[in-house]
Design a protein around this ligand. Sequence first.
Ligand code: PGA
Length: 258
Amino acid sequence: MDTPRKKYIVANWKMNFTTGEASLYLDKLSKRIQPSRKVQVVLAPSTISLQPLSLQINRRQFKLSAQNFYWREYGAYTGEVALSQIRGFVDYAIVGHSERRYVFNESEEDIAQKVAAAIRSNITPILCIGETALDRKEGETAAAIYSQLTSGLHQVSKEDISKVIIAYEPVWAISSNKNAKPAKPIDIIEAERIIRKHIAKLYGKEAAEEISVLYGGSVNKDTAPAYLQLEGIDGLLIGNASLIADQFCAIVEIAKGV
Ligand code: PGA
């Protein structure tokens, strides 16, 4: 692969931090993380904090991401937030996170609609895919990846595929799951190859080489170096460790050094 792709370090704060806490935490991070052309740092706070943080951030230093949204433009959808309401605040949106899929029963069709809606709004969707522990045990890892990629991307044209980021997040490796254990680099490389092979089948070889593939699941500053050195892995999606400034800043520094 000769095209150097940018590294992404994405912080998924999940349902943590009040707006005040998020603002103080951002202030702390902004003093420690210098803007870099090589590494794009993306912060995904709760929806409620997007607007105030969007006023506070230096966009050369950080970009914001939604953790979730609804794909319709507006209407009678109690409790939901449309992209038209957050468009000015975010550059990225996480779609299909396993907590959305399995805790909130988000359907494959909703996920596909969200990916398409984000692209229409000029927001980069970070499509999360990954097998469950059971899929892996039954030798269905590749099948699970194929199926989530095919359905999640089914509304994305060849022209738009470069606007998507894929995050490989095996469900069994995400720290919120009981008995979570970080994936081994070899598992990640295997999955990354499956992902690019399938993208090549759907969109051609060039698209497969260009698309950014991130890894997520129990990453911390000790495991990050090995992951970031994997050829074909373009960054990390970080939950727990992104809530701790020392951990998160260290991971950003490691990414800059790769
Ligand atoms: P974790 O979360 O780093 O806490 O495992 C990752 C994620 O859920 O995106």
